[in-house]
Design a protein around this ligand. Sequence first.
Ligand code: FAD
Length: 290
Amino acid sequence: MNNKEFQIVVLAKQVPDTHNVGKDAMKDDGTINRAALPAIFNPDDLKALEMALSCKDALKDIMPVKVTIITMGPSRAAEIVRESMFRGADNGFVVSDKRFAGSDTLATSYALSAAVKKLGKVDIVFSGRQAIDGDTAQVGPQVAEKLEIPQITYAEELISMTENEIVIKRRLDRGVETVKSAFPVLVTVHSNANDCRPRHAKRVIMYKNASTESEGLQPIAKNQKPTIKIEEWNADDINPDFERLGLSGSPTKVKSIENVVLTSKENKKINNSESEINELMKELISAHII
Ligand SMILES: Cc1cc2nc3c(=O)[nH]c(=O)nc-3n(C[C@H](O)[C@H](O)[C@H](O)COP(=O)(O)OP(=O)(O)OC[C@H]3O[C@@H](n4cnc5c(N)ncnc54)[C@H](O)[C@@H]3O)c2cc1C
């Protein structure tokens, strides 16, 4: 990486579309039937991409800025890199290897942080707050810990961006907080943040054939520009401690998985009066329902 460029990395995950779940979405053993669900760009990560591109917009007249995507998953996760390029990212890497199989959040964040380190100087790492499949919201903060950089979580709005500091409004349980940080910093982006800008037609034409070697680079026709290569990194490429990858690096043990179907056992009708609503609230609180 060029040390004079401002380097922004976005961690983006390809996830099964758990918002459109059909009856065959879960296997008999309770695990996700990934084949039955379309793979999509994790929604919070698109918001993270938008915040990264907004930072680039803010700095682009002052210094060169590069936005790089890192995605860890099967080789088809290259779709995430292409989609990001269509919307404004400069390049991206697919981190993919069978040796990552069985990774819990600790091993995932270890592999991702090793990939970020491989890039050299990085000024901001953006991630989504949460992935819609695993849903833990642990990976962003864990990557910051492993990179030993500060973190701003639950970022909702980019207030300002200069070459020296970023100012962010972050969402709290009861209100918002405005914080600033010097670089490097990791920012996890909340679903309330701005939607990502749409694909740019010229960029779609430019990057539609961008592919990894395992997808098979498109043949180059006469007078056509060479196909843009999306780099794939395997476990060896990120120079890891192999004990910390995949199953051996994953202390989480799943004891059992249950398919829980929520059904109502009883119902109660109340009148729209303050006293009856108060009474209901007391009942729900004392039964630890809310
Ligand atoms: C015991 C165990 C075994 C598992 N085995 C597998 C397995 O074999 N294969 C598998 O796919 N999953 C596996 N998982 C799930 C996997 O650990 C999680 O999907 C992964 O750690 C991310 O956690 P999350 O989905 O909760 O992400 P969150 O912490 O909710 O994600 C927050 C943000 O981190 C970033 N991020 C998270 N994951 C990635 C990624 N892969 N690439 C880029 N950015 C990312 C994104 O920006 C995301 O918005 C396993 C989990 C457990 C507990």
